[in-house]
Design a protein around this ligand. Structure first.
Ligand code: B12
Ligand code: SF4
Length: 436
């Protein structure tokens, strides 16, 4: 069969004022350029797990109108979904199916809402695809999918062993010149933040890959671009500090720069930070969520991890940055305990720490999360089912201690302050000064 792997690329946001601001603010433009250019690791894994003998192609599209003609000549197209782009993905799927192409959909959104996806896809996959996908491809190709099985559940095929994953098929990216490529070192996260969409589908504990296999994948990525920057597509890389040190020791000889997401506990371990620096870690993205203790208490449901760390977050950021690793501190706007004072408090934190990079997002009720269920029950989702608003930048809930308009206005104000030339200079100058 000719099989296409179709990624919906580009970032999503609808709020017109925010978009207008984003076009002009250097900090925002810089980061979104970087983010636009990452291929879908999930699809590259699926390609690696496709049984041999099929003709494989990777496509990136921004919407229905940009689907390349070649995709319409496939027998089967696999599409990966996030909530924010799912309506566009459904439109693309409808279009392909009208032309006789079979469509398989998987990923976070359809894992939570498979019935919705069945309206648009021939096959819907729930959870990780490494075992279900090859079985389905065989059944479709050999005409043995007799019972017309349309829903394929990862759970029916046993756990995925991340210690022996195939190399993602970076070679399918061919001549597209990606400056950054994703590599995975871990799957999942031991914590359970009530708003987090990442681990709603994994259904398996936090898993770490052997460092040697991560090295193998980076080498494969380097074959596409010897100067590639690696983005670890993890939720929380350095939970296990000893494993993290081993990983870094293995990364040092590769001389490759990298970025990852992790929790603030890395700051407790100077040896780990030194090794990360030697291994060329350029930035850690860390969910600080809010500068005040009240808002953080209770948002992590297992051990109140974020509430417990709140008072030491600023020192922790400083310790990490003093090792020459920049921190991208993420804050969520619209948490239940936040009042309109939070916008100024975030600005103060960012300037005082100071944070090299800052990411602010709006509290987003992603389907399948505890937050979504709670807000729905409380009648606080403004437009339930508006998945296109799950961008992390569009307000679709009623906060407790401010109005949706106050939340929007506060966000505009904060974006303008945080990403202005002046503020960027202050935040970044300190980082470089302390290195000398
Ligand atoms: C790296 C990353 C990005 C990258 C690359 C995205 C990409 N093209 O894949 C960039 C920076 C571009 C990005 C952008 C966005 N992201 Co993002 N991103 C991530 C991150 C950190 C890792 C994703 C990843 O690579 N995982 C590793 C791979 C191996 O796993 P996977 O993709 O889930 O694929 C597996 C299964 O899902 C399944 N599968 C997936 N697709 C299919 C299809 C078929 C047919 C089958 C059989 C199986 C299958 O099999 C795969 C292998 O096991 C996740 C966090 C997370 N844990 O998912 C957030 C995350 C996915 N992102 C999120 C969001 C909101 C976005 C944006 C919408 C933000 C925005 N405003 O634009 C955009 C949307 C991008 C787009 N155009 O669709 C949310 C999505 C929540 C949701 N329910 O929708 C997440 C969960 C972050 C969060 N905690 O909120 N993202
Ligand atoms: S620490 Fe991060 S990845 Fe882990 S559950 Fe919380 S938000 Fe999700």
């Amino acid at each position: 069969m000719k099989i296409g792997f179709l990624a919906m690329s580009g970032l999503r946001a609808h709020d017109p004022k925010l978009l207008q601001l984003g076009m002009t603010l250097p900090g925002v433009v810089e980061r979104s350029r970087v983010l636009q250019s990452l291929p879908s690791l999930g699809l590259l894994y699926l390609a690696a797990y496709t049984p041999s003998g099929h003709d494989l192609h990777y496509y990136e599209v921004e919407g229905e109108k940009s689907v390349p003609a070649d995709a319409f000549t496939c027998d089967l197209v696999a599409i990966s979904t996030f909530s924010a782009q799912v309506n566009e993905a459904y439109a693309v799927a409808d279009c392909l199916r009208e032309s006789g192409v079979q469509v398989a959909m998987g990923g976070l959104h359809v894992t939570v809402l498979p019935e919705e996806a069945l309206e648009h896809a021939d096959y819907v996959f729930l959870g990780e695809g490494e075992k279900a996908w090859p079985a389905a491809v065989d059944a479709i190709a050999n005409g043995t999918n007799d019972e017309g099985n349309r829903i394929w559940k990862s759970a029916d095929f046993g756990p995925i062993d991340v210690c022996s994953l195939e190399v993602p098929r970076y070679d399918l990216l061919e001549c597209r010149n990606y400056a950054r490529l994703p590599v995975q070192t871990t799957r999942g996260c031991p914590w359970r933040c009530d708003f987090c969409a990442s681990n709603v589908m994994l259904g398996q504990p936090y898993r770490k890959r052997p460092a040697t296999q991560v090295v193998r994948d980076i080498q494969a990525a380097k074959q596409q671009n010897p100067h590639v920057f690696i983005e670890f597509a993890d939720d929380n890389t350095f939970v296990d500090h000893e494993w993290g040190k081993e990983l870094c020791r293995n990364l040092i000889p590769l001389k490759v720069k990298w970025f990852t997401e992790t929790d603030i506990s890395v700051a407790d371990d100077p040896e780990l930070l030194r090794l990360m620096r030697r291994a060329r870690c350029r930035q850690l993205l860390i969910g600080l969520e809010s500068p005040d203790q009240d808002s953080l208490d209770g948002i992590e449901l297992r051990a109140n991890f974020k509430g417990q760390r709140s008072t030491t977050n600023m020192d922790a950021v400083r310790r990490i940055q003093s090792h020459g690793i920049t921190v991208n501190g993420c804050f969520i706007l619209g948490l239940d305990k936040q009042t309109p004072a939070v916008f100024q408090e975030i600005l103060d934190f960012a300037l005082e720490a100071p944070l090299y990079d800052v990411q602010i997002t709006v509290l987003t009720p992603f389907p399948g999360t505890p937050l979504y269920e709670r807000l729905l029950q409380e009648g606080r989702i403004i437009e339930p089912g508006r998945w296109d608003l799950c961008t992390l930048f569009d307000v679709n809930h009623i906060p407790l201690n401010m109005t949706p308009d106050q939340l929007r206005e506060g966000m505009y104000w904060l974006v303008e302050k945080l990403f202005s030339e002046d503020c960027l200079r202050v935040r970044r100058k300190h980082f470089f000064d302390q290195l000398w």
